[in-house]
Design a binder for this molecule. Structure first.
Ligand code: ADP
Length: 484
């Protein structure tokens, strides 16, 4: 098959979250199954230029908001995989991906309409006749409409489309005036089409016009069809449930493998856990933290500092444990209020809590390798990657039983438990779970068993890639395939 991916971020070139990891790894896994894959993504100013070469000639798209001239800058990281950056300075030569200094760019609708159309027409101009166009999140949503109805003279004549929801909370909603501003048709601005409560929703374009929908875990696929988890779109998703599949993300073990990880001061595996102590020590000493006391553990946190991730719950539940001798290392960026909450807490507990507000991949690796437990008390979690990294790195996850966390972590009350889960998204719920973590930590043999089971988990992308392959086949003409 020929598969065209549209993703607004792709690791290692651009990343704000898990989407980048998926768009970095899944195409390579599909290519190694024998498919020809091209990934189109914006050429942000922050994308390093080394190894990229122009491909094809510059093309111009005409929109009511103006002309946009772009070209593809491409690279071929592995056989059968091309990654093409849409080089279009008006839209993408700026410091942020979507946001700058806490403010969303005012022209995000124009920017991502340009991205979607440039991706399709650039691939078309190069003769890349995709069988399947795989769209990711709202930034790519208008491409589903373009493929169904035609838009801005783009289209890939035979292609079927798959739209993947990485996080339903991000919808790309814009005022209704955006409809003519982008050159969209009012006839598609209906509740069955692009309209979401009088706004234009890029996400809905993907949900309504794609030939199949996927999301990143089986539990999240169910949750988004409910009122509580549906962000107002549960009705649309229930209407499409026959073509909605939950496929768990994998882990890119080229990057996340403690036995080969060059970002760590020492490498380790389930068979040779000794060197892990070096990572733990390096983590504590890097921030000048005292060694834990009273048989308490080191807790690690990496992730966006937003309510979704339960940052507020952690800020309230952790202090009691820090005061009794636990240590915690926190890394993330997000809401100013929650960032400040962490900073304030660190000022109060300078020897037991280290907080880094920023994006730092090497530190993320060290936290996974040096913590005893990894905390992820999310209110909702489409899949979550960090808890999988923490399982593989021997940081026992403490998670809320929701979405992909439910699907990837087994509570230690089960015979083959790999972590700790709690149900209520409350401070008491988290406190209870942290208390259980401390109890487990005080039984070294039981703790080691849980840790080793986590490290033995297999989250290979190949298994996920085969499931996507089945979804693709199910929508191709003449297909009798069913997706299990
Ligand atoms: P989400 O996509 O909701 O942000 P995930 O757990 O699915 O959450 O993926 C987050 C990804 O981003 C992981 O690879 C994680 O390591 C990384 N990440 C998040 N915040 C930071 C940060 N501040 N520094 C480095 N890596 C981060």
């Amino acid at each position: 098959m020929r598969i065209l991916f549209l993703s607004s971020e792709v690791a290692p070139w651009s990343k704000t979250g898990g989407l980048a990891d998926v768009a970095g790894a899944l195409p390579a896994a599909l290519a190694s199954l024998g498919h020809e894959v091209r990934v189109a993504t914006p050429g942000y100013a922050s994308v390093p230029g080394e190894g990229l070469a122009p491909e094809g000639r510059p093309l111009t798209l005409s929109f009511p908001f103006g002309e946009r001239t772009f070209r593809f800058l491409s690279t071929r990281p592995v056989e059968r995989l091309t990654v093409s950056f849409v080089e279009e300075p008006k839209s993408f030569s700026r410091p942020g991906l979507y946001v700058e200094r806490g403010q969303e760019y005012a022209d995000n609708a124009e920017r991502f309409a340009t991205f979607a159309m440039a991706a399709l027409s650039g691939a078309q101009a190069l003769g890349f006749a995709a069988d399947v166009v795989h769209l990711h999140d709202w930034q790519a949503g208008l491409a589903a409409l373009a493929l169904k109805r035609g838009y801005a003279k783009t289209g890939l004549s035979r292609a079927k489309s798959v739209f993947t929801i990485h996080n339903l909370a991000y919808q790309g909603n814009f005022p209704r005036e955006t409809v003519p501003a982008l050159g969209l048709s009012w006839k598609d601005f209906t509740p069955e089409g692009l309209e979401f409560w009088h706004q234009l929703s890029f996400l809905k374009a993907g949900l309504v016009y794609a030939d199949a929908l996927t999301t990143v875990s089986p539990t999240y696929a169910k949750e988004i069809q409910t009122r509580e988890g549906g962000f107002g779109l549960d009705g649309v998703l229930r209407a499409h449930r026959a073509s909605l599949h939950g496929i768990l993300n994998g882990v890119d073990v080229r990057e996340w493998n403690p036995a080969t990880d060059e970002l760590l001061p020492a490498r380790f595996s389930a068979r040779d856990l000794g060197p892990r102590a070096v990572c733990r020590e390096a983590l504590l000493s890097r921030f000048g933290l005292d060694a834990p006391k009273g048989g308490l553990p080191v807790f690690g946190v990496v992730g966006r500092m937003v309510e979704q991730k339960g940052a507020d719950l952690m800020q309230q539940a952790l202090p009691a444990f820090l005061e009794h001798g636990a240590r915690a290392v926190v890394l993330g960026t997000g809401d100013a209020r929650l960032e400040e909450g962490w900073r304030a807490l660190a000022r109060r507990h300078p020897k037991s809590l280290a907080v880094t507000v920023g994006f730092d991949n090497a530190l993320a690796h060290l936290i996974e390798a040096g913590s005893d437990f990894f905390l992820m008390p999310s209110r909702f979690e489409p899949c979550g990657l960090n808890q999988m990294y923490s399982l593989l790195y021997g940081a026992v996850p403490v998670v809320r039983a929701v979405g992909g966390l439910e699907d990837t972590v087994k509570d230690l009350s089960e015979a083959d438990g790999t972590g700790l889960k709690f149900k209520d998204p409350t401070v008491e719920g988290l406190r209870w779970a942290l208390g259980r973590a401390v109890d487990l930590f005080r039984q070294p043999e039981a703790f080691e068993r849980v840790r080793r089971r986590g490290m033995a988990q297999d989250f290979s992308w190949e298994a996920a890639a085969r499931k996507y392959e089945a979804v693709y086949r199910s929508i191709l003409p003449g297909s009798q395939a069913t997706v299990r």
